[in-house]
Design a protein around this ligand. Structure first.
Ligand code: MLT
Ligand code: MN
Ligand code: ZN
Length: 298
């Protein structure tokens, strides 16, 4: 059985368009000139009837509404059996609040990410007897769904923005930012929506994979500054860029990954514009620019 991965939301936090952003991409999306994209989430399945969601975005309600595979199959019976979190960022956890309607599912995350949720009482809206909070140790394989094994691993990143202190380490490797390795029937799929840098252990891990969905937040590290939209670089936000010698396109060039798909793209990223030279360059280097509703089967 193949692993099916359906991109529910290809954009980073804020989405495209972002409510308060008047950048060229956001305005073009408002005018319908380029496709709008919702916030970061991927649904996966092996049997087509049981589904897990990798990250629960604030747009989850609309994402599920336009995905027939995720529609109820009974009076109060959802194909959604599990949710897995890769960090505690708002774009990845806020959708949990939408999933509060007396529906059982497994909620998988590391201890540190679960601690972020339990530190915030609003998440107790997810009743403990229905939503089973499963703590997963790094490197410890588990059944995300029947027939779909998953393993979490640390990738360089940082704590969520709302938990940042005076000083922030942006390439921390621990339980706060993880990647997901999915395996079924000899297939290897990786989902890494946030990653501050490529490291030798990560390169070795993804080498030869069937599919990698990877952090595509920015094209250039100073993209948001250059657009006059803020003071933060991609590095400061805990994201490596697509372009440049330290970028993801260069990092994956020799890794022999069969399908490389960018996800979690910030609304400023020029690859979100079909026909842009940056998109053409990424595609020429073997990348697919993820978009809402795209399904990849491996
Ligand atoms: C990120 O990916 O950097 C975060 O989602 C930013 C945010 O929380 O807005
Ligand atoms: Mn994010
Ligand atoms: Zn914008």
């Amino acid at each position: 059985m193949a692993i099916r991965a359906r991109i529910l939301g290809a954009a980073a936090g804020g989405g495209l368009p972002q409510w308060n952003c008047g950048c060229g991409n956001c305005n073009a999306a408002r005018r319908g000139e380029i496709p709008a994209q919702t916030q970061s989430s991927v649904a996966v399945s092996v049997n087509g009837s049981d589904w897990a969601i990798l990250n629960a975005s604030p747009d989850i309600r609309a994402q599920m509404a336009c995905t027939p595979e995720l529609h109820p199959v009974g009076l109060r019976e959802s194909p959604l059996k599990a949710v897995l979190l890769t960090n505690g960022d708002i774009d990845h956890v806020a959708g949990l609040l939408t999933l509060r309607e007396q529906q059982p599912f497994d909620l998988f995350a590391t201890r540190e990410i679960h601690d972020v949720l339990s530190g915030n009482p609003i998440f107790s809206a997810l009743k403990a007897d229905l939503v089973r909070r499963r703590t997963v140790a790094l490197g410890q394989g588990f059944d995300l769904l029947p027939g779909l094994r998953a393993t979490l691993f640390a990738v360089p990143g940082k704590v969520p923005l709302y938990l940042e202190g005076e000083t922030v380490q942006t390439d921390l490797e621990g339980e706060q930012t993880v990647g997901v390795h999915l395996h079924a029937e000899g297939r290897d799929v990786f989902y890494i929506p946030g990653c501050a840098a490529m490291r030798p252990d990560l390169a070795a891990r993804v080498r030869g994979a069937d599919l990698v969905m990877f952090d595509g937040t920015l094209w250039r590290d100073d993209e948001m500054i250059a657009e006059g939209l803020g003071t933060k670089t991609g590095q400061r936000m805990g994201h490596m860029s697509m372009s440049g010698p330290d970028g993801s396109i260069a990092a994956f060039a020799e890794l022999g990954v069969a399908r490389k798909v960018f996800v979690h793209m910030n609304n400023t990223n020029p690859v979100l514009r079909p026909g842009s030279e940056q998109r053409a360059e990424a595609e020429a280097r073997g990348w697919t620019i993820g978009e809402d509703g795209m399904e990849i089967e491996t």
